[in-house]
Design a protein around this ligand. Sequence first.
Ligand code: PMP
Length: 459
Amino acid sequence: MPDAPIDAATLRRWDKDHLWHPFTAQKDWYAVEPLVIDRAEGAELIDTEGRRYLDGVSSLWCNVHGHRHPTIDAAIRGQLEKLAHSTLLGLTHPTAAELARRLVELAPEGLTRVFFSDDGATAVEVALKMAFQYWRQKPDPEPDRTAFVALGGAYHGDTIGDVSLGGVDRFHTMFRPLLFPVLRAPIPFCYRCPLGLERPGCGMACLEEVDRLLASHPGTVAGVVVEPIVQGAAGMVVHPEGYLRGLREITRTHGTLLIADEVAVGFGRTGRMFASELEGVSPDFLCLAKGITGGYLPLAATLTTEEVYSAFFATTAEGKTFQHGHTYGGNPLGAAAALATLRVFEEERTLDRLRPKVALLSRRLEEFAALKHVGDVRQKGLMAGIELVRDRESKREFAWHEQVGNRVCRRARDYGVLIRPLGDVLVVMPPLSISEEQLDRLLDVMLRCVREVTEGTAG
Ligand code: PMP
C-alpha cells in the first residue's frame, strides 16, 4: 500500500519549521501561506488543491519544452532502468559521451571540448579556473594573467568565484570581504546608461571602456566574462546590437579570453540555440546549464577550444591536470534528459515554431509600454523584462519598501499565473513550448495586474 499523501497544511508547517528558502527573507516567507506545487503539465503548474497556474518563468528560467514532456520523461525512465549514477572520474558512460558529441555539433565553431558539472554556477566557476590555469601552462606561459573583467550588474551564480564577478549589490555586497577583486566594465544598459549617454550618438562608449580597461592592464587579464545578448538578473537588460561582436574583437586584440555565460540565454531562449550565434560569435568558453536538461535535472557543461584544452593535455607527471570535479558532474540521468531535450528541439522544430510566439510577445509588450508606470520594455526571443517606475519622465523608481514588482506577481497568482520579479522588473520567460493562447492569457493577466497595482484600477 502506498503511503497516504500528506495534507498541504502539514507540509506547510514542516516547511515553516525547517526549510530555509533561497534568496528569501524568511520572516516575510512566514507572513504568507506558501503555495505547494504538487504536479505540472506542459506550461502549467498544479498545486496540492488542484489549482492550475501558468508557469510564466519556466520554473527557474530553465524549463524548455514544458513540464512532463513525454520524450524527456521516457528518456529519464529508460536511463533509470539501466544506470542512475556512475562517474566520469576514471570511467565514462554512454549518455555523457553522446551528449558531449552532440553539444560540440550544436555549439558555435571551435568549441570542441566539454567539461561537465551540475549547475550554472559551477559551469562558470569551471571556466574561471580553467582560464586561470590555461595562462600558467600554455606553451609560452603568461602567469600574470590572473584578473577577470566582469560587467556591472553581472550575475554568474552563487559560488565565491562567481560572486566575485557579481555586480548586483543586493546579492553580492555582503560578501565583498571574501572575494577576489575584478575589473568592472560598465553595463551596456541603454535605458539607464551608466555613462549618461544615449543611443545611437554614444558610439557604444561602453565597449570602448572595455578596450580602455584592457589597455590599462596589459598582460594581466585572464578573461572577460559576459552574459551574451541579455543580462538576466540585472533586469533582463538587452545589450545593444553589436556589443558582443565588439567584445569578441576587443578580447582578440588584447589577446585575452572571452567567457560566455549562456546559462540563462542558452537553449533557444533568444530564438537561436545559443545567444552568441545572434552575433556570429565563438567565445573561448561557453557555459551552459538550466535549459540543458529541459529544466528537469541538474547538469551543466563548460565548452572550450582545442587551444585551451591542449594546455592541459599532459601526463600526470607533468602536473597540468585540471584538478576539479563534482560528484554528480555529467550524471547519466541528467545527460539522458539533455539528449532528449536536444532531440525534441529537432523533432518539434522548436525554434521555427517559436517565431510567431516571439512576434506575439513583441506586439503585446507594446500595450505594456503604453502604461503610465512602465518605464521600459526589453525583449529578445521569448524572454522579456517590463520595468515598472514611479515616473516615466524622470525614470524615477518606486521605493524599495513598496515592493511593487512583488505585489504585481502576488496578484497574478490570484489569476492563475506564476511570475517572479527582479526588483521592479517583471520577467516574462515561459517555456518555449507555451501555446499562443497561453501566452496571450499570461500577458492579459500581467497587464491587468500591473494596472491594478500601479494605477489602482479595478482591472
Ligand atoms: N549564470 C546566469 C546568467 C544565471 O542566470 C544563473 C542563474 N540564474 C547562473 C549563472 C547560476 O546558475 P545556477 O542557479 O544553476 O547555479
